[in-house]
Each structure stands twice: as C-alpha cells, then as structure tokens.
Design a protein around this ligand. Structure first.
Ligand code: HEM
Length: 385
C-alpha cells in the first residue's frame, strides 16, 4: 500500500515531500527518473486483483482457486501475478488491503522512498502482547513500532548493529556454531548420505543458535537432543521456538486474538515473558562482566550487545526488547534464505564446484574462519547476493 500513496507527495518542482522521523514535512531532491516512475503509479482503486466483495474481500477467489495449499501459498500468489501482472491487490477478512509486489526492483523503490518514515504493520500480536504488559511502558521495540518511537530506538541501535567491525568479534564462535551444525548433519545421514530428519528444522536450529550467540551472548545448545528437561537452555530454546511459531500463526488467518486471548496468543505472551526475563538476567550479568573486563584489560573491545548497554540514549528495557526482537527477526529469515541458497547451489553443480574451490583455497589449512579469510571470497559473496 505504501507505493500507492506516493503520487500526491511529488510536488511540481520534482521534489519529494515526506514526513521526517520527527514528524515535520520536509523536501528532498530526487533524480528525474524517479519522478517519472512515481508519477506513473496507479491510485489504489486501479491496481488490478481478484474480485473483492464486502466483508469477505477476495477470499472467494482464494477458496475457489484450484489446488490451493496453505503450506505453499506462494503458488496462489504466483498465479495472481500471471493473471494480473507484477503489482496485485488482495484483501482478506480482518486484514488491511495488501498490494503484492513481484519485482525486486519495485520493492527496492518502495523501501527507498519510505525509508525515512516506514510504516509497517507486521507482528501486530507481538505489539499487543507488549502494550498490555506494563513492563514495556507502551514501547514495543523497533520490529513493531513506527514513526517517532521506531526512530528513537532505531537511530541508536543502527551503528552498533551495522558496524562491520562488530562481525569480527563473533567470527570464531559463529564459525564454531556452523561447524557443530555440520557435525550434527553428518551424524544424521543414512548409509546413502541422505538426511533422515526434516532439514529445514535443522537449519532453523542452526539459525537460532547463531542468533542467540549474539542476542543472548551465549550458546543455547539447540543441537543437543538430550538437553535436561527444565534446564535453562531447554527453556530458552522452547520459548524462542514457541514465540516464532506463535507470531507466525497470529499473523495469518482470522486473528481472533484481537477479540479474546487465544491459546496461541497466550503462548506468544508467555514465551515473550520468558525471553524477556532471560535477556534481563543476561544484561545484568554482562554489565558486571564489563566492569571486570575494563578493569583487567585496557584493550578490551565491547561486543555488539555491550555497545548497546553502553549507549546513553537506550534504557535497559530498550536493549532487552531489542535482544528479544532479534530472535523472531533473525531466525527464520536466515534459515529460509540458507535453504533457498543451498537448494540453488545444489541445482547448479558448476557454481558449487567454483564455490568449493574458492573456499578450499581460503580455508584449506583447516585453521578456521578468520577476518583475513573474508576478504578474498569474492565469488562466495556474489553467490550470496
Ligand atoms: C537473510 C536474512 C534476513 C532477511 C531476508 C531479513 C529481512 C528483513 C526485512 C525485509 C526487514 C524489514 C521489515 C520491515 O520493514 O517491515 C527486516 C528488518 C529487521 N531485521 Fe531482518 N532479515 C534477515 C536477517 C536478520 C537477522 C539475522 C537479524 C537479527 C539478528 C534481523 C533483524 C531484523 C530487525 C531487528 C529488523 C527491524 C529493523 C527496523 O525496523 O528498523 N534480520 N529484516
């Protein structure tokens, strides 16, 4: 929907008017080609899409679509793109009208044009769970907030989060997570070399372990099938998985949690509270350790979360909320992308061989990943992009 509200914002001088994060109207020069593209945008009423009825919206089209499969809903959306073109409008009961974008170039334009004051409507259930809990003081974190509250936190976290230097702090431990994952996968293979369990779930554990290494500053042992019941790692892993599943489930379907606290919404709330308490304890422990490290080591460099704790514009609750957000924000995005990437590499043996050659050349001596290794891996980087 964002794209559709752009046309009235371009004034006669070819400058783009938009609202700054502080809420004033400002103007920004934009290149001529952008103006041309913006002015050709259709108003929302003219965006093509399946027939939309009062109350049920375009649900009828979805229900009557031959072979619709909830687990493979992308097939339905691809069919819509084939019928209506690369920009399609749909509306489902209880949800806002959605405009689906097929081309990455169009998505890029929308993200560029709205980057100063994005308005997202994702993870509404997470927002509600935080708003009804007095601990959060009506501050729900950057994944769900918009406008000034989003910018207040975003402007303070982005430097530590995006600093390339910070990657190096985690490199060795992150490499170990992946080595442990590979070890586990090789043990899960049968005599024909095939994986005997759900590989996507394994990738999800790898992503969760990697994210928790940063967000919770610790290994949570996702790969250990025999974590003692009730142990702290087991509670964290369970809470993180429940939170992610509950967020996903609350985001789709009828959203009855808006009317009463459904079982899934309660699971979301409870798992979020477990993770919040865990992060609180982690922050207190890190604060103590930081003082010791500073006293004992003059070369001590704080890691990403430590930098957030030291940031004067962020309260402890801001940091804790952000740490919790990294878990649903970073886990499935990473594992799903890794799955697609591995699939594409497997389908392209030539690319796979070239990647292997480059990585063997850089990592061949078995001494592990280090920051010098990252520089020469040009082909690997391009494969990821
Ligand atoms: C390939 C993997 C990833 C993809 C495709 C991805 C995609 C995205 C997208 C599209 C957004 C913008 C959402 C919006 O504006 O509504 C976003 C935001 C965000 N992502 Fe990721 N992400 C990935 C990995 C990660 C990881 C690993 C983390 C954390 C460790 C993370 C944390 C976040 C956070 C905190 C935001 C909110 C930023 C803000 O609102 O200012 N993401 N991600």
């Amino acid at each position: 929907m964002r794209m559709l509200s752009l046309r009235p914002w371009v004034n006669s001088t070819g400058r783009l008017a938009h609202r700054s994060a502080a809420g004033q109207w400002v103007h920004r020069n934009i290149p001529g080609r952008w103006v041309h593209q913006i002015t050709t945008v259709l108003p929302s009423t003219e965006v093509p899409g399946p027939k939309c009825y009062p109350l049920i919206g375009s649900l009828m089209d979805l229900i009557t679509s031959k072979g619709f499969d909830k687990e493979n809903s992308y097939r339905y959306f691809m069919k819509l793109f084939q019928i209506y073109g690369p920009v399609v409008k749909v509306k489902f009961p209880g949800q806002s009208t959605m405009v689906l974008i097929l081309k990455p170039e169009d998505a890029e334009k929308i993200l560029q044009l709205t980057k100063d004051n994005p308005v997202r409507k994702s993870m509404e259930a997470l927002k509600k769970a935080r708003y009804i809990n007095p601990y959060y003081e009506k501050k729900a974190g950057i994944v769900v907030e918009n406008g000034e509250e989003w910018w207040r936190v975003r402007s303070k976290v982005q430097a530590p989060v995006l600093k390339p230097q910070n990657v190096l702090t985690y490199l060795k431990d992150m490499d170990q997570v992946t080595l442990d994952f590979l070890d586990r996968i090789s043990r899960l293979r049968n005599s024909e070399g095939q994986i005997t369990v759900n590989f996507q779930e394994e990738l999800s554990k790898w992503a969760l372990e990697s994210i928790c290494l940063v967000a919770l500053n610790q290994r949570v042992q996702c790969f250990d099938p025999s974590l003692p019941s009730g142990s702290q790692p087991e509670l964290i892993v369970k809470a993180a998985q429940t939170l992610m599943n509950a967020v996903k489930e609350c985001e789709t379907g009828l959203k009855l949690w808006k009317i009463f606290p459904t079982k899934t919404f309660t699971q979301l709330k409870d798992s979020m509270e477990i993770l919040t308490k865990t992060c609180e304890a982690v922050v207190h422990k890190m604060e103590k350790e930081m003082q010791e490290k500073e006293a004992n080591n003059s070369d001590y460099q704080p890691n990403m979360v430590e930098q957030l704790i030291l940031e004067p514009g962020l309260s402890h609750k801001d940091v804790i909320t952000f740490m919790v957000d990294l878990i649903p924000g970073g886990t499935e995005t990473t594992s799903d992308n890794a799955a697609v990437l591995l699939y594409l590499i497997a389908k392209n043996p030539r690319v796979q061989a070239k990647l292997q050659e480059e990585l063997d050349c850089v990592l061949g001596d078995g001494s592990g990943l280090c920051h010098q290794c990252l520089g020469p891996c040009e082909f690997s980087k391009r494969t990821h992009i």
